[in-house]
Design a protein around this ligand. Structure first.
Ligand code: T4K
Length: 378
């Protein structure tokens, strides 16, 4: 795993920031038997087709194109729109968002975030638009909706494409239904650490059949048919194994989100009395997925964010500082003009103060009491 979660110093059970939800193993066996029987393992087999249809219906979106992971889906989404030049984005995200821009030979332009939503601040976008700008790539960070109306209005006025990184926004609804129906494309991740997982996986949500055809072609090496290869595509296909698991996971995902909701509410009750700790609100959601539980460590709290993080670790609680370090401060990106911290004050401040506490289906109220009791003891 990527986090350094190995130096456990306590005999108490370790609590990780997340644990993947899995269906009962015996329910997956019949799916495996079908795969073994028909020997279709990948390349758009029956489970792949069924999962695309089932997700379209479940999420209330017109077209879904499955991928082997969210990063490949992001890279392909940008490629499908034939972008050029610069792409405006947030630095407060997982590094895959920015990497996807660079993989396409495009230049990321960082814009600061809003202090409430922790997403790209629409009020600052226009100042970053240049004649080279071709798109905006906002992220619904922690599943909190971006200000989609303001972003759409700016994009229309400047003829820009909008691709939402919706890796955290599975089944999030805002004031006008599924959040995934905004922008030209939305990209999901079905990684093990996500609310809905297919072990590894992802998807692009799009609005019309022609775009889906184009995306499906790009994720399959550019094959139009057996003899025509129309573009420099990649191999982004989801296997039958992952698609079959996804179909089964769909049966349980509502239950899983409900379990997360209970944990989210209990954390809020427990932490309400702790001065200097702010729970990030689920802003603008009609229905949330409770994918993360971020808190902001303010000056009124006796420990700094990093001291709190270490204290939790020493008790076997592996919270994570998503998203620190800020992408614009990484060696690879810090020389970009827009990476200058004086333009990214909110993002820098939040990245230095945030901790995501454990939340997943399977964490119980006793675990939350154990985690939050540390805050009372400080
Ligand atoms: N855009 C955004 C906004 C994203 O957040 C992400 C991914 C992407 C794009 C790209 O999507 P993918 O290409 O990944 O589909 C994790 C995930 O690897 C990554 O998917 C995710 N965002 C990111 C926020 O978190 P790490 O470095 O925190 O993973 P890791 O391995 O340290 O796991 C965290 C904890 O989860 C572990 O301490 C224990 C638990 N865990 C993890 C895995 C993999 C398990 O219990 N079982 C497991 O199999 O990045």
């Amino acid at each position: 795993m990527n986090g350094d979660d190995s130096d456990l110093t306590t005999a108490r059970e370790t609590i990780y920031v997340t644990r993947p939800a899995l269906p009962p193993l015996e329910e997956f066996i019949p799916y495996l038997e079908q795969i073994w029987e028909n020997r279709i393992l990948t390349n758009g087999g029956p489970f792949h087709q069924k999962l695309e249809a089932a997700l379209g219906e479940y999420l209330g979106v017109p077209f879904v194109s499955l991928f082997n992971n969210g990063t490949n889906a992001l890279i392909t989404a940008l490629q499908a729109l034939e972008l050029t030049g610069e792409v405006i984005t947030t630095p407060f995200t997982f590094v895959a968002t920015t990497h996807a821009i660079v993989w396409n030979g495009l230049a990321p332009v960082f814009v600061d975030i809003d202090s409430q939503t922790l997403n790209l601040d629409p009020k600052r976008i226009e100042a970053a638009i240049t004649p080279k700008t071709s798109a905006i790539l906002p992220v619904h960070c922690y599943g909190n909706p971006c200000d989609v109306d303001a972003i759409e209005e700016i994009a229309q006025r400047h003829h820009l494409k909008v691709i939402y990184d919706a890796a955290h926004a599975f089944e999030v609804k805002s004031h006008c239904g599924s959040l995934l129906n905004h922008g030209d494309l939305s990209v999901l991740s079905f990684h093990a650490t996500k609310v809905f997982n297919t072990f590894e996986g992802g998807a692009i949500v799009c609005r019309d059949a022609e775009m889906k055809r184009r995306i499906d072609c790009l994720k399959n090496f550019g094959f139009e048919n057996e003899v025509t290869i129309s573009s420099v595509g990649t191999n982004g296909k989801m296997s039958e194994f992952n698609a079959a698991l996804g179909l089964l996971q769909l049966k349980y995902v509502d239950q899983s989100i409900a379990a997360r909701r209970d944990i989210d509410q209990f954390y809020r009750e427990r932490l309400r009395a702790i001065s200097g700790i702010t729970c990030v609100n689920n802003v603008g959601q009609q229905s949330a997925n409770y994918s993360y539980f971020p808190i902001i460590v303010g000056d009124g709290f006796p420990l700094s964010r990093d001291e709190l993080y270490q204290r939790l670790r020493s008790e076997g609680i592996y919270a994570r500082r998503y998203f620190y370090p800020l992408i614009s401060n990484l060696e690879r990106y810090r020389s970009i003009d827009s990476a200058d911290s004086k333009h990214l004050k909110t993002a820098n401040d939040v990245a230095n103060r945030v901790v995501c506490l454990p939340i997943y289906d399977g964490l119980n109220r006793t675990d939350v009491e154990r985690i939050t009791s540390l805050f009372f003891d400080i």
